[in-house]
Design a protein around this ligand. Structure first.
Ligand code: 3UK
Length: 527
């Protein structure tokens, strides 16, 4: 047994509190999450039911289970994977990516999924930090990984005809494999944060966490059935995607559509073809889908989850008007594995994120850690069945305070217990004594037809401390000149409280984003 992950968990006193009181979070002391998510359906006689669907290859539950077993046998017999061993995974969202992930977990290993768009430099960090010696990689993406890993990393290609690739080994491997009997608190996943600030952090998650998010947000808020078909954009290396596109569907015996490219235009093309019922993507993608949908037949959809960034009220309103059902907003974090505040469709309060997912507790605190009265803006603190455990990282002390996870978001709770997002705490702008939430100004700007994208930050100013500055990408056909600055400033003043208007506006052709598509406002702030 390789104890590296266990040995590099934070010291116990820096762990968040874990709450398991509700009946759905009672897990046995030992189990392998793959047995519950995959093998259980075969025992039920569902081997022929569709599971993974993709344009190139689709797999039933039975076919996926057999493939996972073959890969697990090769991992153990040929590549010497031991329980606790880390395996880096690199691919777009494909059936083989899912099969490899489950094979690693089933053999007791620890999966470290990475996004296909990461380059050599960005891959080197997780390889070193998580001490990874073995990688399974889509054959089309091996070059940069080999360069990043050097001598110490064995890279095995998959989805390739190459004789030394994984696929060639599978033919002779057995399709039977007994799951490693993991402890419910054995690490099975290290998810690296997308790094809106600083170096990525490795978040460690246990076998029980894979089920806790299914029994949390999915079972209580999303409520899918075996008849549902999932689709969406987030990479499986982003826990938003892992949960929404793999764990949630498999937990209920549903099917899921995996797309290698899943931008808004790709979704608009795929939805009429595959007729999914549930979609997971980011608010910006829903906004673009609405604008470009034309006469695409989206009628198969019954539920759409928005997370990753704040859902602007105008996007919520126009989606509801156009589609007849609301976007389901939820805030999640890599540290928490998935969504912890959201609302059932029938309990949505437009503009608010929602209430804590059953099993989670949330509160709003001040700088000293004291709870503030309802209606006051402060820092969000949460705890529940999942929580932050960074891999060997001093920043654990910033994220966990007195057992509560501090997500870095500013929130306000109303008298009915709904949580209202304000901004990332770093994106609250204090200008001449006023608190201004950058995202609120962005929402106002986005209502103007000339604005395609924007980011609002506070920049230092002698007189006011900070002033509101907007970086704007204009829609095609508009010119970023002085009159346009005035037009947009007047528009914001007429839309929200005038003191919030952007005193400075700079036009750009694009905005800095992370690999998972989030705005990197800190880069604009520090330019
Ligand atoms: C922000 C939101 C407002 C917020 C994630 C769902 O985004 C995810 O994880 P990350 O670690 O980022 C976490 C931060 O993103 N955020 C996420 N959702 C919302 N802000 N409204 C939202 N609905 O600042 C949070 O602290 O990349 C989302 C599931 C799994 C995830 N990992």
């Amino acid at each position: 047994m390789d104890s590296f992950a266990r040995d590099h968990l934070p010291p116990r006193e820096l762990w968040p509190d874990f709450l398991f009181t509700r009946p759905e979070y009672q897990y046995p002391e030992r189990f392998n999450c793959v047995s519950v998510l995959l093998d259980a359906w075969l025992a039920r006689g569902w081997a022929d039911k569709p599971c993974l669907i993709s344009p190139r290859r689709s797999l039933t539950y039975g076919a996926l289970a057999a493939l996972v077993n073959r890969i697990a046998n090769v991992l153990v017999d040929e590549y010497g994977l031991e329980p606790g061993g880390r395996v880096l995974l690199r691919a777009a969202n494909t059936p083989m990516m899912v099969a490899c992930l489950f094979a690693v977990l089933k053999a007791g290993g620890i999966a470290v999924p990475t996004m296909p768009m990461l380059r050599t430099r960005e891959l080197a960090y997780p390889i070193r930090k998580a001490r990874i010696a073995l990688a399974l990689c889509d054959g089309r993406l091996v070059d940069e990984l080999r360069e990043a890993g050097g001598e110490g990393l064995r890279v095995v290609a998959f989805d390739t005809d190459a004789p030394e690739g994984l696929d060639a080994r599978l033919a002779s491997a057995s399709d039977a494999f007994t799951a490693y009997d993991s402890a419910s608190d054995d690490v099975c996943l290290i998810g690296f944060t997308s790094g809106t600030t600083g170096e990525p952090k490795g978040t460690m998650h246990f076998h029980r966490d894979m089920l806790a998010i299914c029994d949390g947000f999915s079972r209580n808020i999303l409520r899918p059935t075996a008849e549902d078909r999932f689709i969406g954009s987030p990479p499986l290396a982003f826990t938003f995607g892992l949960g929404g596109l793999v764990l949630f569907p498999l937990h209920v015996g549903a099917s899921t559509v995996l797309l290698e490219r899943a931008g808004p235009d790709d979704l608009l093309e795929a939805i009429p073809t595959f007729r999914p019922t549930i979609c997971f993507t980011a608010p910006t993608a829903y906004r673009v889908m609405l604008a470009r949908r034309g006469d695409a037949d989206l009628s198969s959809l019954r539920c759409c989850v928005s997370a990753g960034e704040a859902l602007p009220r105008p996007v919520y309103d126009s989606w509801l008007a156009a589609m007849g059902f609301p976007l389901l907003d939820g805030i999640g974090a890599t540290e928490m594995l998935h969504i912890f505040i959201s609302a059932k469709v029938e309990e949505i309060r437009p503009g608010a994120t929602g209430k804590p997912v059953p099993g989670y507790e949330a509160k709003v605190i001040d700088a000293e850690g004291n709870e503030v009265p309802d209606g006051t803006v402060g820092r969000l603190a949460v705890r529940g069945p999942t929580g932050c455990r960074y891999l060997d990282d001093p920043r654990q002390r910033n994220y966990v305070l007195h057992g509560w996870n501090i997500t870095g978001d500013s929130y306000m709770r109303d008298a009915d217990g709904y949580f209202w997002y304000q901004a990332r705490s770093d994106d609250m702008i204090i200008s001449a004594g006023y608190n201004i939430a950058g995202p609120e100004v962005e929402t106002a700007l986005l209502l103007h037809p000339a604005v395609a994208e924007c980011a609002v930050v506070g920049v230092p100013d002698e007189e006011r401390g900070h002033v509101v500055k907007a970086f704007v990408v204009l829609a095609p056909g508009h010119v970023g000149d002085e009159p346009m600055v005035k037009v947009l400033q007047d528009f914001v003043k007429a839309t929200i409280a005038p003191y919030k208007y952007p005193r400075r506006i700079e036009f750009r052709t694009e905005l800095p984003k992370t690999a998972s598509g989030k705005l990197q406002r800190f880069r604009l702030r520090t330019e």
